[in-house]
Design a protein around this ligand. Structure first.
Ligand SMILES: [Zn+2]
Ligand SMILES: [Zn+2]
Length: 168
């Protein structure tokens, strides 16, 4: 979605609203295989005394695959984006955290998608304290202990000894 800012650039104090369905397909990966439903981006570009600010509330729900237990879950992806826009002729070298716009138009979709991906969570977890799967029998440890005695194979026991020496 491209917004024409010609009128806004001439009227400090004004804002131009937008409300559209952003394309978040660039987010898709093995851990986020699907966007569920239609994402929505609601926001505006405001001209405050010549300074252009784009804010947007983006909401979407994705299907996530937990990095620990491999379970699928609905993952809400709600994010507020707020960035400063600078016109090409006003841009300086150090404007690295600002978006430079050329001409009178701004590519809202490009900015929203970039910000969304830049701030995507590193680890996809069904919940913060997910216990994951048993490394021996593969049981989901969130459902309770599986009864396996873990950490007893010779290599691991040796490693544990070494680590204990350091930790204790
Ligand atoms: Zn999990
Ligand atoms: Zn087990």
């Amino acid at each position: 979605m491209v917004l024409d800012l010609r009128d806004l650039l001439l009227s400090p104090g004004d804002s131009v609203p937008f409300d559209y369905a952003p394309d978040l397909s660039e987010l898709l990966s093995e851990s986020i295989p699907e966007i569920i439903g239609e994402p929505r981006a609601v926001g505006s570009v405001r001209n405050s005394a010549g300074l252009l600010t784009l804010t947007a509330d983006v909401s979407a729900v994705a299907r996530g695959v937990c990095a620990r237990c491999l379970g699928e879950f609905d993952m809400p992806l709600d994010r507020r984006i707020s960035v400063t826009l600078v016109r090409e002729e006003d841009a300086e070298r150090e404007d690295i955290d600002k978006y430079v716009i050329s001409g009178d138009c701004v590519d809202v979709d490009g900015i929203v998608t970039t910000e969304f991906i830049l701030n995507a969570d590193q680890a996809v977890l069904c919940r913060e304290d997910c216990k994951g799967l048993c490394e021996i029998c593969g049981a989901d440890l969130n459902d309770g202990p599986c009864g396996c005695v873990r950490g007893t194979d010779p290599g691991r026991a040796k490693l544990r000894q070494l680590l204990d020496g350091y930790v204790l």
